[in-house]
Design a protein. Structure first.
Length: 220
């Protein structure tokens, strides 16, 4: 079985972190990454997302021809997910979508902690479109740019952890969803500083992609 993660932004370091996280979640499964070098360096809001979609779609066919059994779009905004699913004849997931599904399977009311406030409307629209509004306590911005999150500095971890705690205290969240692919490698450090379970969409999507492929009779 092969799962390919397409990073809609052009930052290679994020792709490496995404692939490492997915491989840790599914040892023994072939995991590969593709970077949308045609896209913006970071996706922060709808305008950046729109710019990234053509590059994501062009890499979809390449991933399939390279043996992918499933593709995961590795931007929390699920950039190009609807368009990709309309084109593909195999499972295509988004890390945002996977996070909401996992929270639902666990029966947990969730808050999303993301990067900048400009991303909040896109995430809220996706939650509503996918039918998870009833489980969503809030969508909160950490105020940190995506590329700052990707660097993973100690102060970044503290800032995200503080926002997770506010989601627990102020919004009544039972779990927090890490609303940026760059947060995936930071999960362990964040768990040590927060009081509720954390859901990382990269790991969640790996497990769900494997289940999707098995469900339709692919390589389990």
């Amino acid at each position: 079985m092969k799962i390919v993660y397409i990073n809609p932004n052009a930052t290679e370091s994020m792709t490496r972190g995404i692939v490492a996280t997915a491989r840790q979640a599914l040892p023994g499964v072939e995991i590969a990454g593709m970077t949308n070098s045609d896209g913006p360096a970071a996706i922060q809001g709808a305008e950046d997302g729109d710019k990234a979609v053509p590059g994501v779609l062009s890499r979809l066919a390449t991933a399939r021809s390279g043996g992918a059994d499933a593709v995961v779009i590795a931007c929390f905004d699920d950039t190009g997910l609807v368009e990709a699913q309309a084109q593909a004849d195999f499972p295509v997931l988004g890390i945002g979508q996977a996070s909401y599904v996992m929270a639902s399977l666990l029966g947990m009311r969730f808050s999303v902690v993301t990067s900048l406030a400009v991303s909040i409307p896109v995430i809220e629209q996706n939650i509503d479109r996918l039918g998870f509004s009833g489980l969503a306590a809030s969508v909160r911005a950490s105020g940190l740019p995506v590329l700052t999150i990707d660097e993973g500095a100690p102060e970044t971890i503290l800032r995200i952890a503080a926002e997770v705690e506010l989601a627990r205290i102020e919004d009544g969240a039972a779990c927090a969803v890490l609303g940026c692919a760059g947060m995936a490698p930071l999960k362990s450090a964040l768990e040590a500083r927060t009081g509720i379970p954390l859901i990382d969409g990269v790991a969640a999507s790996a497990h769900l992609a494997r289940a999707a492929v098995a469900c339709i009779g692919g390589n389990g």
